[in-house]
Design a protein around this ligand. Structure first.
Ligand code: UD1
Ligand code: UDP
Length: 371
Protein backbone atom coordinates (compact mmCIF):
# COMPACT_ATOMS: atom_id res chain seq x y z
CA UNK A 1 0.00 0.00 0.00
CA UNK A 2 1.13 3.54 -0.76
CA UNK A 3 2.29 5.68 2.13
CA UNK A 4 -0.64 7.79 3.38
CA UNK A 5 -0.49 11.52 2.72
CA UNK A 6 0.21 13.31 5.99
CA UNK A 7 -2.01 16.36 6.43
CA UNK A 8 -1.64 18.87 9.24
CA UNK A 9 -4.86 20.87 9.70
CA UNK A 10 -4.34 24.10 11.62
CA UNK A 11 -7.00 26.47 12.92
CA UNK A 12 -7.53 28.76 15.86
CA UNK A 13 -10.83 30.64 16.02
CA UNK A 14 -14.45 29.55 16.39
CA UNK A 15 -15.50 29.92 12.74
CA UNK A 16 -12.42 28.13 11.42
CA UNK A 17 -13.04 25.27 13.85
CA UNK A 18 -16.70 24.93 12.81
CA UNK A 19 -15.68 24.71 9.16
CA UNK A 20 -12.53 22.60 9.61
CA UNK A 21 -13.78 19.96 12.05
CA UNK A 22 -15.99 18.22 9.44
CA UNK A 23 -12.92 18.03 7.19
CA UNK A 24 -10.75 16.68 10.01
CA UNK A 25 -13.34 13.97 10.73
CA UNK A 26 -13.30 12.92 7.06
CA UNK A 27 -9.49 12.91 7.02
CA UNK A 28 -9.40 10.67 10.09
CA UNK A 29 -11.69 8.14 8.43
CA UNK A 30 -9.94 8.07 5.04
CA UNK A 31 -7.08 5.58 4.71
CA UNK A 32 -5.45 7.66 1.96
CA UNK A 33 -4.49 10.17 4.67
CA UNK A 34 -2.76 10.43 7.98
CA UNK A 35 -4.33 13.30 9.92
CA UNK A 36 -2.75 15.59 12.49
CA UNK A 37 -4.39 18.63 14.05
CA UNK A 38 -2.78 21.73 15.53
CA UNK A 39 -4.80 24.53 17.10
CA UNK A 40 -3.33 27.96 17.62
CA UNK A 41 -6.10 28.77 20.13
CA UNK A 42 -6.27 32.36 18.90
CA UNK A 43 -9.66 31.86 20.56
CA UNK A 44 -9.63 29.76 23.71
CA UNK A 45 -13.09 29.13 25.17
CA UNK A 46 -14.93 29.53 21.86
CA UNK A 47 -12.54 27.14 20.14
CA UNK A 48 -12.84 24.54 22.88
CA UNK A 49 -16.64 24.67 22.64
CA UNK A 50 -16.43 23.64 18.98
CA UNK A 51 -13.78 20.96 19.51
CA UNK A 52 -15.96 19.33 22.13
CA UNK A 53 -19.07 19.35 19.90
CA UNK A 54 -17.17 17.59 17.09
CA UNK A 55 -15.07 15.39 19.39
CA UNK A 56 -11.81 16.59 17.79
CA UNK A 57 -8.70 16.30 20.00
CA UNK A 58 -5.77 18.40 18.77
CA UNK A 59 -2.28 16.86 18.67
CA UNK A 60 -0.72 20.30 19.22
CA UNK A 61 -2.06 23.39 20.98
CA UNK A 62 -0.14 26.67 20.75
CA UNK A 63 -2.45 28.33 23.30
CA UNK A 64 -1.67 31.82 21.97
CA UNK A 65 -4.76 33.75 23.14
CA UNK A 66 -4.09 36.71 25.42
CA UNK A 67 -6.55 39.29 26.72
CA UNK A 68 -6.51 42.36 24.48
CA UNK A 69 -4.32 40.58 21.96
CA UNK A 70 -2.94 42.62 19.07
CA UNK A 71 -2.65 41.51 15.47
CA UNK A 72 1.15 41.53 15.56
CA UNK A 73 1.11 39.71 18.91
CA UNK A 74 -1.04 36.89 17.49
CA UNK A 75 1.03 36.74 14.29
CA UNK A 76 4.41 36.49 15.99
CA UNK A 77 3.26 33.98 18.61
CA UNK A 78 1.88 31.77 15.86
CA UNK A 79 4.98 32.06 13.66
CA UNK A 80 7.21 31.11 16.58
CA UNK A 81 4.85 28.36 17.78
CA UNK A 82 4.39 26.72 14.38
CA UNK A 83 8.08 26.34 13.61
CA UNK A 84 8.80 23.36 15.92
CA UNK A 85 5.40 21.76 15.20
CA UNK A 86 6.07 21.77 11.45
CA UNK A 87 9.59 20.39 12.00
CA UNK A 88 8.25 17.58 14.16
CA UNK A 89 5.21 16.59 12.06
CA UNK A 90 6.85 17.12 8.66
CA UNK A 91 3.45 17.12 6.92
CA UNK A 92 3.05 16.58 3.19
CA UNK A 93 0.65 19.52 3.25
CA UNK A 94 -0.83 21.99 5.73
CA UNK A 95 -4.50 22.98 5.57
CA UNK A 96 -5.63 26.40 6.75
CA UNK A 97 -9.04 28.01 6.59
CA UNK A 98 -10.39 31.37 5.58
CA UNK A 99 -9.13 34.79 6.56
CA UNK A 100 -8.11 35.01 10.19
CA UNK A 101 -4.68 35.96 11.44
CA UNK A 102 -4.23 32.27 12.26
CA UNK A 103 -4.80 31.38 8.58
CA UNK A 104 -2.25 33.86 7.31
CA UNK A 105 0.43 33.29 9.97
CA UNK A 106 0.23 29.50 9.64
CA UNK A 107 0.43 29.70 5.85
CA UNK A 108 3.53 31.90 6.18
CA UNK A 109 5.12 29.54 8.72
CA UNK A 110 4.54 26.60 6.36
CA UNK A 111 5.92 28.55 3.41
CA UNK A 112 9.10 29.26 5.38
CA UNK A 113 9.63 25.49 5.55
CA UNK A 114 8.57 24.97 1.91
CA UNK A 115 5.57 22.89 2.90
CA UNK A 116 2.61 23.18 0.50
CA UNK A 117 -0.46 24.91 1.91
CA UNK A 118 -4.06 24.08 1.00
CA UNK A 119 -6.39 27.05 1.51
CA UNK A 120 -9.94 26.07 2.45
CA UNK A 121 -12.56 28.75 1.74
CA UNK A 122 -10.30 30.43 -0.81
CA UNK A 123 -11.09 33.30 -3.15
CA UNK A 124 -13.51 35.44 -1.10
CA UNK A 125 -12.92 39.13 -1.76
CA UNK A 126 -14.41 42.57 -1.13
CA UNK A 127 -11.50 44.31 -2.91
CA UNK A 128 -11.39 46.78 -0.03
CA UNK A 129 -8.23 46.12 1.97
CA UNK A 130 -9.67 47.71 5.12
CA UNK A 131 -13.08 46.02 5.07
CA UNK A 132 -13.32 43.58 6.62
CA UNK A 133 -10.11 44.37 8.47
CA UNK A 134 -7.73 42.59 8.61
CA UNK A 135 -9.54 39.66 6.97
CA UNK A 136 -9.42 40.93 3.37
CA UNK A 137 -5.63 41.16 3.44
CA UNK A 138 -5.31 37.91 5.41
CA UNK A 139 -7.10 35.99 2.67
CA UNK A 140 -5.26 37.70 -0.19
CA UNK A 141 -1.91 36.87 1.41
CA UNK A 142 -2.97 33.33 2.30
CA UNK A 143 -4.06 32.80 -1.30
CA UNK A 144 -0.68 34.04 -2.50
CA UNK A 145 1.14 31.61 -0.20
CA UNK A 146 -1.09 28.60 -0.90
CA UNK A 147 -0.38 25.78 -3.35
CA UNK A 148 -3.96 24.44 -3.47
CA UNK A 149 -7.11 26.54 -3.39
CA UNK A 150 -10.49 25.19 -2.31
CA UNK A 151 -13.01 27.77 -3.44
CA UNK A 152 -16.57 27.44 -2.12
CA UNK A 153 -18.19 28.91 -5.26
CA UNK A 154 -17.48 29.56 -8.94
CA UNK A 155 -17.39 33.29 -8.16
CA UNK A 156 -14.59 32.68 -5.63
CA UNK A 157 -12.70 30.72 -8.32
CA UNK A 158 -13.10 33.65 -10.72
CA UNK A 159 -11.76 36.06 -8.08
CA UNK A 160 -8.61 33.95 -7.83
CA UNK A 161 -8.28 33.85 -11.63
CA UNK A 162 -8.33 37.65 -11.64
CA UNK A 163 -5.19 37.52 -9.45
CA UNK A 164 -3.52 35.06 -11.82
CA UNK A 165 -4.27 32.01 -9.66
CA UNK A 166 -5.69 29.52 -12.12
CA UNK A 167 -3.99 26.24 -11.29
CA UNK A 168 -4.75 23.81 -8.47
CA UNK A 169 -8.06 25.58 -7.88
CA UNK A 170 -11.11 23.47 -6.98
CA UNK A 171 -14.73 24.55 -6.52
CA UNK A 172 -15.95 22.53 -3.56
CA UNK A 173 -18.86 24.22 -1.77
CA UNK A 174 -18.47 25.48 1.78
CA UNK A 175 -17.69 23.02 4.56
CA UNK A 176 -20.11 24.84 6.90
CA UNK A 177 -22.89 22.85 5.23
CA UNK A 178 -21.01 19.64 6.09
CA UNK A 179 -21.08 20.77 9.75
CA UNK A 180 -24.88 20.74 9.82
CA UNK A 181 -24.79 16.92 9.69
CA UNK A 182 -23.30 17.05 13.19
CA UNK A 183 -25.06 20.08 14.62
CA UNK A 184 -28.67 20.16 13.41
CA UNK A 185 -31.39 17.87 14.79
CA UNK A 186 -35.18 18.22 14.45
CA UNK A 187 -35.72 17.15 18.10
CA UNK A 188 -32.83 19.22 19.44
CA UNK A 189 -32.83 20.26 23.12
CA UNK A 190 -30.95 23.48 23.86
CA UNK A 191 -28.02 23.47 26.28
CA UNK A 192 -28.30 27.17 27.13
CA UNK A 193 -31.02 27.49 29.80
CA UNK A 194 -32.33 30.77 28.36
CA UNK A 195 -33.26 28.90 25.17
CA UNK A 196 -34.96 25.95 26.82
CA UNK A 197 -38.44 27.45 26.67
CA UNK A 198 -38.79 29.76 23.72
CA UNK A 199 -42.03 31.73 23.66
CA UNK A 200 -44.23 32.56 20.64
CA UNK A 201 -42.33 35.81 19.94
CA UNK A 202 -40.56 36.32 16.63
CA UNK A 203 -36.88 35.76 17.35
CA UNK A 204 -34.22 38.05 15.96
CA UNK A 205 -30.93 36.19 16.18
CA UNK A 206 -28.23 38.80 16.42
CA UNK A 207 -24.41 38.75 16.51
CA UNK A 208 -21.81 41.52 16.08
CA UNK A 209 -18.08 41.41 16.61
CA UNK A 210 -16.11 42.79 13.64
CA UNK A 211 -13.03 44.85 14.42
CA UNK A 212 -14.04 47.63 12.02
CA UNK A 213 -17.43 47.91 13.77
CA UNK A 214 -15.94 48.42 17.23
CA UNK A 215 -16.72 51.86 18.68
CA UNK A 216 -19.35 54.08 17.03
CA UNK A 217 -20.71 51.54 14.48
CA UNK A 218 -21.37 49.02 17.27
CA UNK A 219 -23.05 51.75 19.32
CA UNK A 220 -25.27 52.63 16.34
CA UNK A 221 -26.12 48.94 15.91
CA UNK A 222 -27.13 48.75 19.58
CA UNK A 223 -29.28 51.89 19.34
CA UNK A 224 -31.13 50.46 16.31
CA UNK A 225 -31.80 47.17 18.09
CA UNK A 226 -33.00 48.98 21.20
CA UNK A 227 -35.58 50.85 19.09
CA UNK A 228 -36.73 47.63 17.42
CA UNK A 229 -37.27 45.92 20.77
CA UNK A 230 -39.17 48.96 22.05
CA UNK A 231 -41.41 49.25 18.98
CA UNK A 232 -42.25 45.57 18.38
CA UNK A 233 -43.78 43.85 21.42
CA UNK A 234 -43.95 40.48 19.64
CA UNK A 235 -40.19 40.36 19.05
CA UNK A 236 -37.47 38.74 21.16
CA UNK A 237 -33.83 39.59 20.38
CA UNK A 238 -31.43 36.77 21.19
CA UNK A 239 -27.88 38.09 21.19
CA UNK A 240 -24.96 35.80 22.05
CA UNK A 241 -22.24 38.35 22.78
CA UNK A 242 -18.65 37.87 21.61
CA UNK A 243 -16.26 37.76 24.62
CA UNK A 244 -13.98 40.51 23.25
CA UNK A 245 -14.09 43.13 26.06
CA UNK A 246 -14.43 45.88 23.43
CA UNK A 247 -17.67 44.22 22.27
CA UNK A 248 -19.03 43.07 25.61
CA UNK A 249 -18.55 46.44 27.32
CA UNK A 250 -20.50 48.45 24.72
CA UNK A 251 -23.26 45.88 24.35
CA UNK A 252 -23.84 45.54 28.08
CA UNK A 253 -23.86 49.31 28.52
CA UNK A 254 -26.40 49.96 25.73
CA UNK A 255 -28.57 46.83 25.71
CA UNK A 256 -28.20 45.29 29.19
CA UNK A 257 -31.39 44.76 31.20
CA UNK A 258 -33.81 45.85 28.45
CA UNK A 259 -37.10 44.03 27.91
CA UNK A 260 -37.19 41.72 24.88
CA UNK A 261 -33.40 41.75 24.51
CA UNK A 262 -31.59 38.75 25.87
CA UNK A 263 -27.79 38.98 26.07
CA UNK A 264 -26.33 35.48 26.10
CA UNK A 265 -22.85 34.00 26.46
CA UNK A 266 -21.30 32.57 23.27
CA UNK A 267 -23.51 29.62 22.34
CA UNK A 268 -22.34 26.15 21.50
CA UNK A 269 -22.58 25.80 17.76
CA UNK A 270 -25.33 23.17 18.12
CA UNK A 271 -27.43 25.71 20.07
CA UNK A 272 -26.66 28.44 17.54
CA UNK A 273 -27.59 26.36 14.48
CA UNK A 274 -30.78 25.00 16.02
CA UNK A 275 -31.76 28.47 17.21
CA UNK A 276 -31.24 29.74 13.69
CA UNK A 277 -33.61 27.05 12.46
CA UNK A 278 -36.29 28.54 14.75
CA UNK A 279 -35.65 32.28 14.36
CA UNK A 280 -37.54 34.85 12.29
CA UNK A 281 -34.51 36.69 10.94
CA UNK A 282 -30.74 36.98 11.40
CA UNK A 283 -29.08 40.34 12.08
CA UNK A 284 -25.30 40.11 11.99
CA UNK A 285 -21.90 41.36 10.91
CA UNK A 286 -20.47 37.83 10.89
CA UNK A 287 -19.19 36.09 7.78
CA UNK A 288 -20.39 32.60 8.66
CA UNK A 289 -23.95 33.56 9.51
CA UNK A 290 -24.34 34.93 5.98
CA UNK A 291 -23.81 31.40 4.70
CA UNK A 292 -25.85 29.65 7.34
CA UNK A 293 -28.98 31.84 7.20
CA UNK A 294 -29.88 30.97 3.60
CA UNK A 295 -29.43 27.25 4.38
CA UNK A 296 -32.13 27.56 7.01
CA UNK A 297 -34.15 29.78 4.66
CA UNK A 298 -33.96 32.71 7.04
CA UNK A 299 -33.49 36.33 5.92
CA UNK A 300 -30.08 37.70 6.84
CA UNK A 301 -29.45 41.44 7.30
CA UNK A 302 -25.72 42.19 7.25
CA UNK A 303 -24.51 45.13 9.32
CA UNK A 304 -21.53 46.03 7.15
CA UNK A 305 -20.83 48.30 4.22
CA UNK A 306 -19.91 45.44 1.86
CA UNK A 307 -19.60 41.68 1.77
CA UNK A 308 -17.22 39.11 0.35
CA UNK A 309 -20.21 36.77 0.05
CA UNK A 310 -22.32 38.38 -2.70
CA UNK A 311 -23.76 35.06 -3.92
CA UNK A 312 -26.56 35.00 -1.35
CA UNK A 313 -27.19 38.73 -1.83
CA UNK A 314 -27.69 38.09 -5.54
CA UNK A 315 -29.93 35.12 -4.75
CA UNK A 316 -32.05 37.43 -2.57
CA UNK A 317 -31.56 35.79 0.83
CA UNK A 318 -29.10 38.31 2.28
CA UNK A 319 -29.15 42.11 2.32
CA UNK A 320 -26.28 44.44 3.26
CA UNK A 321 -27.81 47.17 5.43
CA UNK A 322 -24.79 49.23 6.54
CA UNK A 323 -23.87 50.34 10.03
CA UNK A 324 -26.02 53.44 10.47
CA UNK A 325 -28.76 53.35 13.13
CA UNK A 326 -31.58 54.47 10.83
CA UNK A 327 -30.69 52.11 7.96
CA UNK A 328 -30.60 49.12 10.28
CA UNK A 329 -33.85 50.11 12.00
CA UNK A 330 -35.63 50.54 8.64
CA UNK A 331 -34.37 47.23 7.25
CA UNK A 332 -35.39 45.22 10.31
CA UNK A 333 -38.76 46.93 10.77
CA UNK A 334 -39.46 46.51 7.04
CA UNK A 335 -39.05 42.75 7.38
CA UNK A 336 -41.10 42.62 10.57
CA UNK A 337 -43.94 44.63 9.02
CA UNK A 338 -44.17 43.18 5.52
CA UNK A 339 -44.90 39.48 4.85
CA UNK A 340 -44.32 40.16 1.13
CA UNK A 341 -40.89 41.54 1.75
CA UNK A 342 -40.14 38.65 4.09
CA UNK A 343 -41.23 36.12 1.43
CA UNK A 344 -39.00 37.81 -1.15
CA UNK A 345 -35.94 36.72 0.84
CA UNK A 346 -36.86 33.06 0.69
CA UNK A 347 -37.12 32.45 -3.04
CA UNK A 348 -33.78 30.84 -3.76
CA UNK A 349 -31.84 28.08 -2.03
CA UNK A 350 -28.38 28.33 -0.53
CA UNK A 351 -25.64 29.00 -3.10
CA UNK A 352 -22.89 27.55 -0.88
CA UNK A 353 -23.03 23.88 -1.73
CA UNK A 354 -24.52 20.54 -0.80
CA UNK A 355 -22.77 19.41 2.39
CA UNK A 356 -20.08 17.38 0.60
CA UNK A 357 -17.32 19.98 0.41
CA UNK A 358 -14.96 18.04 2.69
CA UNK A 359 -15.09 14.98 0.46
CA UNK A 360 -14.30 17.08 -2.61
CA UNK A 361 -11.33 18.66 -0.83
CA UNK A 362 -9.93 15.26 0.14
CA UNK A 363 -10.37 13.90 -3.38
CA UNK A 364 -8.60 16.97 -4.79
CA UNK A 365 -5.73 16.56 -2.32
CA UNK A 366 -5.36 12.90 -3.25
CA UNK A 367 -5.45 13.75 -6.96
CA UNK A 368 -2.77 16.39 -6.62
CA UNK A 369 -0.45 13.70 -5.25
CA UNK A 370 2.61 15.83 -5.90
CA UNK A 371 3.76 16.13 -2.35
C1 UD1 B 1 -11.23 36.79 15.15
C2 UD1 B 1 -10.77 36.95 13.72
C3 UD1 B 1 -11.94 37.29 12.83
C4 UD1 B 1 -13.10 36.32 13.03
C5 UD1 B 1 -13.44 36.22 14.49
C6 UD1 B 1 -14.49 35.18 14.70
C7 UD1 B 1 -8.55 37.88 13.28
C8 UD1 B 1 -7.72 39.10 13.23
N1 UD1 B 1 -9.83 38.05 13.63
O1 UD1 B 1 -11.67 38.09 15.58
O2 UD1 B 1 -11.53 37.23 11.48
O3 UD1 B 1 -14.21 36.80 12.32
O4 UD1 B 1 -12.26 35.85 15.21
O5 UD1 B 1 -15.07 35.27 15.97
O6 UD1 B 1 -8.06 36.80 13.03
N2 UD1 B 1 -11.81 36.20 23.45
C9 UD1 B 1 -12.02 35.46 24.60
N3 UD1 B 1 -12.32 34.13 24.46
C10 UD1 B 1 -12.42 33.52 23.27
C11 UD1 B 1 -12.20 34.28 22.11
C12 UD1 B 1 -11.89 35.62 22.21
O7 UD1 B 1 -11.95 35.97 25.70
O8 UD1 B 1 -12.71 32.31 23.22
C13 UD1 B 1 -11.48 37.65 23.58
C14 UD1 B 1 -10.03 37.87 24.02
O9 UD1 B 1 -10.00 38.94 24.92
C15 UD1 B 1 -9.35 38.28 22.72
C16 UD1 B 1 -10.49 39.04 22.03
O10 UD1 B 1 -11.66 38.30 22.35
O11 UD1 B 1 -8.21 39.07 22.93
C17 UD1 B 1 -10.36 39.20 20.54
O12 UD1 B 1 -10.06 37.97 19.87
P1 UD1 B 1 -9.37 38.00 18.41
O13 UD1 B 1 -9.21 36.60 17.93
O14 UD1 B 1 -8.16 38.84 18.45
O15 UD1 B 1 -10.39 38.81 17.53
P2 UD1 B 1 -11.87 38.47 17.09
O16 UD1 B 1 -12.62 39.74 17.05
O17 UD1 B 1 -12.40 37.34 17.89
N1 UDP C 1 -21.55 30.81 16.38
C1 UDP C 1 -21.66 29.98 17.49
N2 UDP C 1 -22.05 30.52 18.68
C2 UDP C 1 -22.33 31.83 18.82
C3 UDP C 1 -22.21 32.68 17.69
C4 UDP C 1 -21.79 32.14 16.50
O1 UDP C 1 -21.42 28.79 17.40
O2 UDP C 1 -22.70 32.26 19.93
C5 UDP C 1 -21.11 30.24 15.11
C6 UDP C 1 -21.97 30.53 13.91
O3 UDP C 1 -22.96 29.56 13.75
C7 UDP C 1 -20.98 30.51 12.76
C8 UDP C 1 -19.70 30.97 13.39
O4 UDP C 1 -19.87 30.81 14.81
O5 UDP C 1 -20.79 29.19 12.29
C9 UDP C 1 -19.44 32.40 13.05
O6 UDP C 1 -18.40 32.85 13.82
P1 UDP C 1 -18.09 34.37 14.05
O7 UDP C 1 -19.30 35.19 13.86
O8 UDP C 1 -17.39 34.43 15.36
O9 UDP C 1 -17.00 34.65 12.93
P2 UDP C 1 -17.07 35.02 11.38
O10 UDP C 1 -17.92 34.04 10.68
O11 UDP C 1 -17.57 36.42 11.30
O12 UDP C 1 -15.64 34.94 10.97
Amino acid sequence: MEKPIRILSVFGTRPEAIKMCPLVKELQEDSRFESRVCVTAQHREMLDQVLSVFGVKPDYDLNVMAPGQTLSGITTRILNGMEPVLREVRPDAVLVHGDTTTSFAVALAAFYQQIPVGHVEAGLRTYNRYSPFPEEMNRVLTGRLAAFHFAPTALNRDNLAREGITEHVYVTGNTVLDAFKTTVHPEYRFREPALAELGPERIILMTAHRRENLGEPLRAICRAVKRIAADFPDVQVMYPVHPNPAVKGTVKELLGGLPRIRLLPPLEVTDLHNLMAKCFLVLTDSGGLQEEGPSFRKPVLVMRTETERPEAVEAGGVRVVGVEEEGIYQAVSGLLNSPEEYASFLRNPNPYGDGNASRRILDALARENQF
